[in-house]
Design a binder for this molecule. Structure first.
Ligand SMILES: C[S@@+](CC[C@H](N)C(=O)[O-])C[C@H]1O[C@@H](n2cnc3c(N)ncnc32)[C@H](O)[C@@H]1O
Length: 178
């Protein structure tokens, strides 16, 4: 997949989606709100993945989904596919569930899963966005084999990952909070 030609979401759409991540009370923690807003506004990833999945009907498994921003981007784009996101960060999964419910994403589900240990069962499309670099080369190979085995006719496999070339940049990317 190449996302070079696609712009990120407009400020208006990014803000609309991010509002679902606001805390319940005025003095609550707004970290996920600001993160979602800035990420959606600056990263062409989500429009790129939406284009890759447009026209498909297979359910999507989002591995290392974080806050589930892909589910919101798909919804904004009117791409009506069942979505299931997993991440090992239980706090993100709680916020992802809450934001999906606030935005009426009725066909979106989330679960806490450590991908270093297991992959959930799935048939359909698979997305793994900026996650593969967190695993050992052996686990990366097992994850890739597992993802390919999930595909069915008409489904898509969408991966974005940094290259681990041993550089300082690669180490920084792995350590960047998200
Ligand atoms: C750079 S963020 C990308 C989030 C999301 N894919 C996106 O693009 O919006 C990387 C995500 O991978 C998750 N992650 C890292 N190691 C993981 C593991 N062992 N199992 C599941 N998720 C993991 C992190 O918690 C984080 O949410």
């Amino acid at each position: 997949m190449t996302d070079a030609a696609l712009p990120p979401l407009s400020a208006e759409r990014a803000r609309r989606i991010a509002r679902a991540f606001l805390p319940d009370w005025p003095l609550g923690n707004r970290y996920h709100y600001y993160y979602a807003r800035a990420k959606l506004r600056s990263d062409p990833l989500y429009p790129g993945v939406c284009e890759a999945l447009r026209g498909t009907s297979a359910p999507v498994l989002d591995l290392g989904c974080g806050l589930g921003l892909l589910a919101h981007a798909l919804h904004e784009e009117g791409i009506a596919v069942r979505y299931f996101g997993v991440d090992h960060d239980a706090r993100k999964i709680i916020d992802a569930r809450r934001a999906a419910s606030r935005s009426d994403l009725v066909d979106a589900g989330f679960e806490t899963v450590d991908l270093a240990r297991s992959l959930p069962p799935h048939r359909g499309s698979v997305a793994m966005l900026d996650v593969l670099q967190f695993f050992t080369p052996e686990r990366q190979q097992a994850l890739l084999d597992g993802m390919v085995a999930m595909l069915e006719p008409g489904a898509r496999l969408v991966i974005r990952t940094g290259l681990d070339d041993g550089s300082r940049r690669a180490r920084l990317l792995r350590g960047t909070p998200c």
